[in-house]
Design a protein around this ligand. Structure first.
Ligand code: PEP
Ligand code: MG
Length: 586
């Protein structure tokens, strides 16, 4: 049977990275107990099924032992969790019960595992003792490990895919997405995720079409199916008809021609009709991405998310490794500014090693500046590397997730210590750099008048600011419909931040995804945002949009829309006044 004999299916999700691609699907994971195959076995197969289960447990144990042996001394104390997992693997409640279930119900090992784990987790979750409750998470981890060995599924290794495909996954972590090889992967779609998750941000940086929040794509699509991914509308077409294929091929070509035309103008400065120049900078995750920023006409790096150098490895990078990477970026970009954000680890970018404790709400947990202040050695290593790189160009430092005054003081004290040490050691560095903070926690907005005294600039991180102030998990597709930067509450928070900074003569930038959406640019100009930073692929259109606007006009427009009561009303007014500005390339 060919794709053309099959019925066309349209799935609708959230377009998280614009563009259109057509290609063969490649299912990259079999994660999750839900998609376990269930079947009955005859009594003569019970013995071999139990043997298969025991072998999977043995492999899981060996894997854990290897991880334990390779855990660096600095985080040795976390080995306890893994030791507990090894013990759990042979626990009567789990191990014994699964064997009993295979024998009694004549079912395959995966199904027995699912049944036992389900009731065991429920039992722990119902306990009132928080410690025992948390054991449910351990049981989940242990059962996933056994399951992976039972179904023989490799951990997704995106880096080794050797065909030109469209990835189809339940979810992709930011670390996995950053391994995507552009020559092999045309685009990707996921069941989970929302528009401002880090996975989506990386897709936009890579410039590949992506759709998230599709719910059941992994259940509807098989590897090898022909699919169309429309990252602009959020539609995915499975088994497209001839006619649909022709229509989308034409759309794809039109989209690429439009983008190429924009690229040709991207080196023109972003000067408004009334003659004001705005800097349009690029956000990068990896040093290699500076090429895209320069190609797209970026005026510098407004956000260098440094955490990606720490992900997917068992150890921490040393000062020399960090320094060399930062220096490369700084030297290539000079004299343009490079805004290096200190480690924003955890949240959805978890380190690939045992965590200190299980966090129910990682986005609100020990991440970013909190993590760094708790681990002074790791923090100081990074600060020393940044100060050393600053001797080679134009560096600004940016502290993430600041929620109060003390955090800035502590971070600055640590920067001074790092600088004093370098001075004593006679190592070249530059302490005379601008210091900024991310405004992404509502308390930082509320305190912005006080915080402005202590720094040179604010950089507004709308991705988290919206998440925290509207109480919307940025990676959760169920609430993605509520995630709206034009929410009147968000506009008020932005205005308060800009006003506070300007009253103290401090600069205000924006590096959240809001800055890269052309629909928002008239509002941001009206508010008084001075510099925009976005994923490199959004730069040409943003510059073109700025060139089409008049700042005075956006200011008076802003006064009007601040009176609106809903995000919908604000959006309609912007669209009516300024059009779509080629939003999302659509
Ligand atoms: C933000 O929160 O808006 C931001 C730019 O930081 P990140 O997306 O890395 O959390
Ligand atoms: Mg953030």
């Amino acid at each position: 049977m060919t794709d053309s004999d099959l019925l066309e299916i349209i799935l609708t999700g959230i377009g998280v990275s614009p563009g259109i691609c057509i290609g063969k699907a490649y299912l990259v994971d079999v994660e999750g107990v839900d998609i376990v195959e269930k079947y009955h076995i005859s009594h003569i197969h019970v013995h071999s099924e139990i043997k298969r289960f025991k072998l999977a447990v043995k492999k899981a144990k060996n894997e854990l032992r290897t991880i334990i042996e390779n855990t660096p001394d600095a985080i040795r104390e976390h080995v306890d969790i893994l030791e507990a997992h090894v013990i759990l693997l042979n626990d009567k409640l789990l191990y014994g019960k699964i064997i009993e279930t295979i024998e009694a119900d004549f079912i395959n090992a995966e199904w027995a595992l699912k049944k036992v784990v389900f009731s065991l987790k429920a039992m722990f979750l119902n306990m009132s003792d928080p410690y025992l409750k948390e054991r449910a998470i351990d049981i989940g981890h242990v059962s996933d490990r056994i399951l992976n060995n039972l179904v023989g599924s490799e951990k997704i290794n995106i880096a080794t895919i050797d065909k030109r495909v469209v990835l189809v996954a339940t979810d992709l972590s930011p670390a996995q997405t950053s391994q995507i090889q552009l020559e092999r992967v045309k685009g990707f779609i996921t069941d989970q995720g929302g528009g401002t998750s880090h996975t989506s941000i990386i897709a936009r940086t890579l410039g590949i079409p992506a759709v998230s929040g599709l719910d059941h794509a992994t259940k509807t699509i098989c590897s090898g199916d022909l699919i169309i991914v429309d990252g602009i509308s959020g539609n995915v077409i499975v088994h497209p008809s001839e006619q649909t294929l022709v229509e989308y091929e034409e759309r794809r070509i039109r989209y690429e021609i439009r983008m190429a035309a924009l690229d040709r103008q991207s080196h023109l400065d972003a000067v408004t009709l009334d003659g004001q120049r705005f800097m349009v900078m690029g956000n990068i995750e990896l040093p290699e991405e500076i090429v895209a920023v320069l190609d797209r006409g970026g005026d510098g790096i407004g956000l260098y998310r440094t955490e990606f150098q720490y992900l997917g490895r068992p150890d921490y990078p040393c000062e020399t490794e960090l320094f060399e990477k930062y220096k490369d970026v700084v030297e290539v970009m000079a004299p343009r500014p490079v805004t290096i954000r200190t480690l924003d680890i955890n949240g959805d970018k978890a380190l690939d090693r045992p965590v200190e404790s299980v966090e129910d709400n990682p986005a609100l947990g020990l991440r970013a500046i909190r993590y760094c202040l708790k681990h002074p050695d790791i923090f100081k290593t990074q600060l020393r590397a940044i100060l050393r790189a600053a001797a080679y160009g134009n560096v600004r430092i940016l502290f993430p997730m600041i929620s109060g005054y003390e955090e800035i003081q502590e971070a600055k004290a640590m920067l001074d210590t790092a600088s004093d040490e370098l001075k004593k050691e006679g190592i070249a560095h530059n302490r005379n750099i601008e210091i900024g903070i991310m405004i992404e926690v509502p308390s930082a907005v509320i305190l912005s008048d006080i915080l402005a005294d202590t720094v040179d600039f604010f950089s507004i991180g709308t991705n988290d600011l919206i998440q925290f102030s509207l109480a919307i998990d940025r990676g959760n597709r169920q609430v993605a419909y509520l995630y709206n930067p034009l929410h009147p509450a968000i506009l008020r928070l932005l205005r308060q931040t800009v006003d506070a900074a300007r009253a103290k003569g401090k600069k205000v930038f924006m590096c959240g995804e809001m800055a890269g959406d052309t629909l928002h640019i008239p509002i941001l100009l009206g508010l008084g945002i001075q510099e925009f930073s976005m994923n490199p692929n959004a730069i040409p259109l943003a510059k073109q949009t700025i060139r089409s606007l008049n700042v005075e006009e956006t200011r008076s427009f802003l006064c009007d829309i601040m009176k609106e009561k809903t995000a919908q009303a604000v959006m309609e007014r912007v669209q009516m006044r300024f059009g779509q500005n080629g939003r999302n390339g659509g």
